[in-house]
Design a protein around this ligand. Structure first.
Ligand SMILES: N[C@@H](CCC(=O)N[C@@H](CS)C(=O)NCC(=O)O)C(=O)O
Length: 206
């Protein structure tokens, strides 16, 4: 029974191909035409009541939310390689970085871009400046978030940062740009880009 990724190339599911390529387990893609609203179909709502992509199924298991999908895949298929073992002292730092994009980077950059008025002490993501400083401190030594060890946390933080840099939602700090360049050289990321491009072509998207 292989993993199925419900996917559209214009969604965060595009990054889940990268995660799957890093893991190396067999998977199939199930295209959900986001532009035609297929993610709100009864079938998809039964998998994710949010009606959002990405979602994976793995036998009877159903997982949605980008960070949960990545953590699930790393623990299930690459424990000790892409995720530190349960008794590894780096496990805590790893988990912190896995949730940081959805809990902090994305809302923080969205808040800045949309000009939301809020008190950083009352928002879980704090201030934009502290997010940038935190990431810069973590990435300037590198090459990866856990030093020499590439983990699924790099897929999560890297996916988020690449997106934010591309759409100018975060400052192009030197350490962020260099990290994005290191990530772009990974064969798994390159393979995912080719697969996303192929689906875009099938869907007639430019
Ligand atoms: N917190 C979710 C966000 C998922 C999400 O917002 N997905 C977008 C595509 S990237 C979506 O499906 N949007 C369609 C909609 O909400 O109607 C995650 O990290 O997976």
């Amino acid at each position: 029974m292989s993993i199925v990724l419900y996917h559209h190339p214009y969604s965060r599911a595009a990054n889940m191909i990268w995660a799957l390529e890093e893991v190396g387990a067999p998977y199939t893609l199930r295209t959900v035409n986001l532009l035609a609203g297929e993610h709100k179909s009864p079938e998809l709502l039964a998998l994710n009541t949010m009606g959002k992509l990405p979602v994976i199924t793995d036998g009877d298991a159903v997982v949605s939310e980008t960070s949960a999908i990545c953590m699930y895949l790393a623990d299930r298929y690459a424990l000790g390689r892409l995720s530190p073992a349960l008794d590894d002292r780096e496990r805590g730092a790893y988990l912190r970085w896995c949730v940081y994009p959805s809990a902090v980077i994305e809302p923080g950059c969205m808040a800045k871009g949309a000009g939301w008025a809020y008190k950083p002490s009352q928002a879980g993501w704090g201030s934009y400046e502290s997010i940038v400083q935190t990431l810069d401190t973590a990435l300037k030594n590198g090459p990866w978030l856990l030093g020499d060890r590439f983990t699924m946390a790099d897929v999560l933080v890297g996916s988020s940062l690449r997106w934010m840099l591309r759409f100018k939602m975060i400052d192009a700090v030197d350490s962020f740009v260099a990290y994005a360049e290191r990530l772009a050289a990974r064969p798994a990321l390159q393979a995912s880009e080719a697969k996303n491009a192929a689906v875009m072509k099938e869907l007639g998207l430019g």
